[in-house]
Design a protein around this ligand. Structure first.
Ligand SMILES: [Zn+2]
Length: 483
């Protein structure tokens, strides 16, 4: 085995690639973002020599497929060198494939086979996310990576014909992009992060085979969650053995998290403590071996500084996880018993939306929604229980102005019926007396509630959408008066 993912001659590189991102860790980002900033601090642990071929950003899918296949072969030798004989025998049987697909989601261990698929589109997306992370840290654009991940996943779901690169998304011109791709230090960061994330996903998928998960398929979500944790734990153990820092993989977990159907509508990641726990476990594993950083820090930072940063991040994740659990319990309680004060606050918020509709929602308009093509803004006011509310002000005035609040998608018809009825009741009791309302059947099983303040006035509706196997969607939409 030549080179290796970690080499001894990389100290100089580490010096040149280490960025002080620690300040960001205390500047009020959400914990998930803090975790992501810490990971970029740790990218320096991998040498770039292991993956010899540089990435060609303009390559064809076939060219990329070749490069990825060779990266996988090299990485495989490094990360599985320390397996015990039984696991090594199982690992040797595995067949890593790189499907020539632009699907950004193909990263899987196929059941009842020895196959692992890591698609070109998936690996390509991973590279783009890594560059988005580098742009965030090295060009001082807080939150950029998160926005870019959201954008990529949304475009993918919308079946957009093309997805912007992070450089385009950042609004860079050709010469700025050229400068970025010619910057050796930034390219090394890219290779390091890519190596780490590739190693993690390879080890994770291998674990599903080696631990026997792929021979015993289950629909039981609790069992599946446990298996994901087991695969992570197995991967972390073997990455550490191979001197690869697991913290870099938080990027990948974050991406998987965003690919999750619920998580997309559910911007409020607090509903998903499991992902936070996975990220926490990775950071904890990194903390356990951070001493090996000795001699490789720069910018006046010591190993103890790194430890403190990791500890701080883990502590903030713990707070977030505890908060999730509390909220989840509260939510469980509030759906069974409805307190009067709760209803009062819902009514106040509905009143505020109705008032805001009068001025085209200008008073509650927050930051621009990056996915909205210049026609959408995040609302500062969020309907109780909604994941987010987006204000749409279309350039084509005939389309009007509205504020759309989305709820979590579900596949349970019973859940959607119950939530729909609850929203209709809330809104009806909050509407002023001069409003008229009606409910009309959408199909034999679904309803849509609409209420309006006279002809051409403000309106509000509760809309259910049936997306077949992808479940039911639910939204409350407030509309401004016609002009
Ligand atoms: Zn898995």
């Amino acid at each position: 085995m030549k080179g290796g993912i970690t080499t001894s001659n990389s100290t100089e590189r580490r010096r040149s690639t280490l960025r002080s991102v620690v300040d960001l860790a205390c500047s009020g980002f959400t914990p998930l973002l803090v975790a992501l900033t810490v990971l970029t601090m740790l990218i320096l642990t991998l040498a770039t020599t292991s993956l010899a071929q540089p990435f060609d950003r303009s390559g064809t899918l076939e060219e990329m497929q070749r490069v990825y296949a060779s990266n996988i072969a090299k990485t495989r030798q490094i990360i599985f060198a320390g397996l015990d004989p039984r696991e090594a025998a199982l690992e040797r049987r595995l067949d890593y494939r790189v499907p020539l697909s632009d699907d950004i989601q193909i990263a899987r261990a196929l059941p009842f086979t020895n196959d692992i698929e890591l698609g070109v589109g998936f690996l390509r997306a991973l590279e783009m996310l890594i560059d988005a992370g580098i742009i965030q840290e090295s060009f001082n654009r807080p939150g950029f990576m998160n926005r870019y991940i959201d954008y990529v996943v949304l475009q993918w779901r919308r079946r957009a014909t093309s997805i912007k690169s992070p450089y385009e998304f950042a609004g860079w011109n050709e010469s700025q992009i050229d400068r970025f791709t010619a910057n050796k230090s930034l390219q090394e960061q890219h290779m390091n992060l890519f190596s780490q994330n590739l190693a993690l996903v390879m080890a994770h998928e291998a674990a599903h085979h080696i631990l026997g998960h792929t021979k015993d398929i289950t629909e039981d979500k609790a069992v599946r969650r446990v298996r994901e944790e087991q695969a992570d734990a197995w991967a972390v153990t073997h990455l550490l053995k191979a001197n690869i820092w697991p913290a870099g993989g938080t990027l990948l977990l974050h991406y998987f998290y965003k690919l999750d159907e619920d998580a997309i509508l559910h911007e409020d990641r607090r509903e998903h403590p499991a992902d936070l726990r996975r990220i926490r476990a990775l950071l904890q594993a990194t903390l356990g071996s951070v001493d090996d950083f000795r001699g490789s820090t720069t910018g006046g930072r010591t190993v103890n500084d790194l430890k403190r940063d990791l500890q701080k991040t883990i502590a903030s994740l713990d707070v977030d996880i505890a908060d999730d659990e509390r909220r989840r319990q509260q939510q469980g309680a509030s759906t069974t018993t409805q307190g009067g004060t709760d209803n009062d606050s819902v009514k106040r918020i509905i009143d505020a939306f109705l008032a805001a509709s009068q001025d085209g929602f200008r008073s509650i308009r927050g930051s621009r929604d990056p996915h909205g093509d210049g026609e959408a803004w995040q609302s500062k006011l969020v309907y109780p229980g909604a994941t987010e509310c987006i204000i749409w002000i279309y350039r084509d005035r005939s389309l009007g102005r509205n504020c759309k609040c989305e709820f979590v998608r579900t596949t349970q018809k019973g859940d959607i019926d119950q939530r729909y009825a609850q929203l209709v009741a809330e809104i009806q009791s909050a509407l002023p007396g001069n409003w008229t309302s009606r409910e009309r059947p959408l199909d034999s099983r679904l309803l849509r509630f609409e209420a309006r303040e006279g002809r051409g006035g403000s309106a509000v509706s509760v809309r259910v959408t049936n997306r077949g196997s992808r479940g039911y969607g639910l939204a409350v939409v407030f509309e401004a008066p016609e002009r």
